[in-house]
Design a protein around this ligand. Structure first.
Ligand code: HEC
Length: 150
């Protein structure tokens, strides 16, 4: 009898202490624009992406091949800093592909992959301030191309 009362008292003290701790712990603030923010994933243009132009952008202006192996044989020098993009259209849906091109830093803040559709880039050449690296249509074209890589 004596022990169960002691245990009960102990449990009550513990419960009060824990409740106090929970109260004192700082609340984690939800990220303002996180992974599942659909506004990051919606198409950037009304015009559907053109996969043929997307392939061209990936091999040239987009510099995707400087870091990724891609099924673009006429461009022989591919980097392997990022994952091989063959089959990426089976692994990811267009909204995720788009988000990864627009601003991959929302998924992994320290990634070396550039944000291709962000307008507040650092150290931009004079005259290009406030402009994203790719146009909205170019992003849509690259998304359409990657979606064909099944
Ligand atoms: C400077 C190197 C670099 C460049 C340029 C680059 N990427 Fe990446 N990319 C990466 C790295 C590294 C990863 C691996 C994940 C991470 O670090 O975010 C990645 C991941 C990805 C992924 C996810 C693939 C997977 O299987 O997980 C896609 C899709 C992608 N990149 C597409 C592109 C496209 C399209 C371009 C060109 C418009 C491009 N990347 C340009 C480095 C780069």
């Amino acid at each position: 009898m004596q022990t169960s009362i002691t245990r009960l008292a102990l449990a009550a003290v513990l419960a009060v202490a824990l409740a106090g701790l929970a109260e004192a712990a700082p609340r984690k603030k939800a990220p303002e624009r996180g992974y599942f923010d659909v506004s990051r994933m919606a198409p950037l243009t009304d015009q559907k992406g053109d996969p043929a132009n997307g392939r061209k952008v990936a091999a040239t202006k987009g510099l995707c091949v400087s870091c990724h192996v891609m099924p673009i044989p006429e461009q022989p020098d591919h980097g392997d800093v990022g994952p091989d993009l063959a089959g990426v259209g089976s692994r990811m849906q267009p909204p995720e592909l788009r988000m990864r091109i627009v601003d991959p830093k929302v998924l992994y803040a320290d990634t070396i992959m550039p944000s291709f559709y962000k307008s507040d880039l650092n150290r931009v050449k004079k005259g290009l301030e406030g402009k994203p690296f790719l146009t909205a249509q170019e992003v849509e074209d690259v998304v359409a191309y990657l979606a064909t890589l099944k």
